[in-house]
Design a protein around this ligand. Structure first.
Ligand code: NAP
Length: 483
């Protein structure tokens, strides 16, 4: 019998008032229930927001250093439980165990980074035009904030929102993705063990249109940080704007990797394959398009196919498996439908393009790593986020054309250029419309201390992580002290 996971409200683990649960399934073996999550309602959300509101005043008065100590403790506990948390992640959403361990350790690094922020400045002194007055700014928390997270980074994303929210004195209601609620429950358990005071961190699972929407609409929620799809993000933005509350959205990408004539082709191949296929292509920063200069196109293609042929796929818990399954049936069908549209548009499938056959794959949402060519940059598969292990090779005649193709999409999250020419690298930095710009590196890749976020429709133009997080999780009070 699968374990039941509860909501965490006002320091207590509780069942939903609905009395119902939903199963979280293993995408590698869809008959295996990883855990039973509470199917919560607006009533549960209201209770969690009330708890967060009641705790807000006392938490805001706790010193940054004391808040930081709780985060340091949570980091140590998470580090001690890395194997268990990572295995839960792999079983729940499918990424391979080494990737899940890497992500969990990123969570540890994020907690330690933000614990240190508790000792840093929260304001400035500004000269007054009046010699008898002192002006200073003081950053203050927003109050209760709702954090709504996706399933593809079930440890890192909740932590990169929770850690800054808490260190700057906000109270939190976390609503994780339904596909990754068990993993998120483990993170909340760790915070509870680290001594987070009651009401400061609350956790409510359930459907997006029930729990998520109730949070976004709740009058006592003063900030909403969302990571997920553009469709959901746009709806959240409309509600938040109409309520006049602060919101932050990080959404999809359509990330290009440009392969220049003089680059190290082996390096480029490695990074393009990793960027496109690691985590089964289910990263907002995944490489969807490889844009290749004509003189190196054939050579690059050959080397890339050679590498793709070596990809082992299967249950991410098994040793030697490089790529796990797609997260669920809807996601699998969405990727298959884009592949079909690519074929109908005249695209040539160089590798993969379908579900693998055989007993080993029949119980999971598996998909072959897929490589396309011969598709116009305007085709749907080159315009919409794929979110699966698929990369399209696009041939261009010049770097200028490569920039144009790279930019000619509505997204602007991350982009790479592979080159050994510093001038071409600097031109790329100037021309590319992306928040995350990488030279000779994979389109995917973030570090906790550096700001992360997109341009165009990928983001609400705010930034997460690093020092940038303070901008969202605080408001500025300008104080004048007059003699
Ligand atoms: P999603 O379907 O938009 O879901 C994201 C979260 O929103 C989930 O917790 C979901 O709950 C919740 N939700 C759904 N409908 C809602 C509503 N009406 N009101 C409030 N909340 C609602 O996205 P996903 O499929 O989990 O994640 C994949 C997407 O995330 C991709 O587009 C990817 O690019 C993007 N992503 C972006 C970044 C970034 O930093 N830019 C990072 C990672 C992922 P349920 O799970 O219960 O439906």
């Amino acid at each position: 019998m699968a374990q039941e996971y509860l909501n965490y409200i006002n320091g207590e683990w509780k069942r939903s008032v609905s009395g119902k649960t939903v199963d979280s399934l293993n995408p590698a073996y869809i008959h295996e229930i990883v855990g039973k999550l509470q199917a919560s309602t607006a009533e549960d959300v209201d209770e969690a927001v009330k708890a967060a509101k009641a705790a807000a005043r006392s938490w805001r008065k706790v010193s940054g250093a004391e808040r930081g100590n709780i985060l340091y403790k949570a980091a140590d506990i998470l580090e001690g439980r890395v194997d268990e948390v990572a295995a839960t992640m792999t079983r729940e959403m499918g990424k391979t165990l080494p990737e899940a361990k890497g992500e969990t350790m990123r969570g540890v690094a994020l907690l330690r980074y933000y614990a240190g922020e508790g000792m840093r400045k929260v304001g400035d002194v500004i000269p007054s035009m009046d010699g008898n007055t002192m002006i200073y700014t003081k950053r203050v928390p927003l109050g209760p904030v709702a954090l709504i997270t996706p399933w593809n980074f079930p440890v890192a994303i909740p932590i990169w929102k929770m850690a800054p929210a808490l260190i700057y004195g906000n109270t939190v209601i976390l609503k994780p993705a339904s596909e990754a609620g068990v993993t998120a429950a483990k993170i909340v358990e760790i915070f509870a063990e680290a001594g987070i005071p009651k009401g400061v961190l609350n956790f409510v699972t359930g459907g997006g249109s029930d729990v998520g929407q109730a949070l976004v609409e709740h009058p006592d929620v003063h900030g909403i940080s969302f990571t997920g799809s553009n469709a959901t993000g746009k709806r959240i933005a409309q509600t938040a704007a109409s309520r006049g509350v602060k919101y932050q959205l990080e959404m999809g990408g359509k990330n290009p990797a440009i392969v220049d004539e003089d680059c190290d082709l082996d390096l480029a191949v490695n990074h393009v394959v990793n960027g496109a296929m690691k985590s089964t292509g289910q990263k907002c920063t995944a490489t969807d398009r490889a844009i290749i200069l004509r003189s190196v196109y054939d050579q690059f293609k050959e080397k890339l196919l050679e590498k793709v042929r070596t990809i082992t796929y299967g249950d991410g818990m098994e040793e030697g498996i490089w790529m796990g399954p797609v997260v669920n049936e809807a996601q699998l069908n969405s990727v298959l439908s884009l592949i079909e549209k690519g074929k109908q548009a005249g695209g040539k499938v160089l590798f993969g393009g379908k579900r693998p056959e055989g007993d080993r794959y029949k119980d999971g949402y598996y998909l072959e790593p897929t490589v396309f060519e011969n598709l116009h940059p305007n085709e749907e598969i080159n315009q919409e986020e794929i979110f699966g292990p698929v990369v399209v090779l696009i041939l261009v005649d010049s770097l200028e054309e490569a920039f144009q193709v790279a930019n000619d999409v509505r997204f602007g999250l991350s982009a790479s250029l592979f080159t050994n020419d510093i001038n071409r690298a600097l031109d790329f930095v100037d021309e590319i419309e992306a928040g995350m710009v990488r030279i000779n590196g994979e389109t995917a890749g973030v570090e906790p201390q550096a700001p992360f976020g997109g341009m165009k429709e990928s983001s609400s133009h705010s930034r997460e992580q690093g020092e940038a997080a303070i901008e969202f999780y605080t408001s500025i009070k300008t104080v004048a002290l007059c003699r």
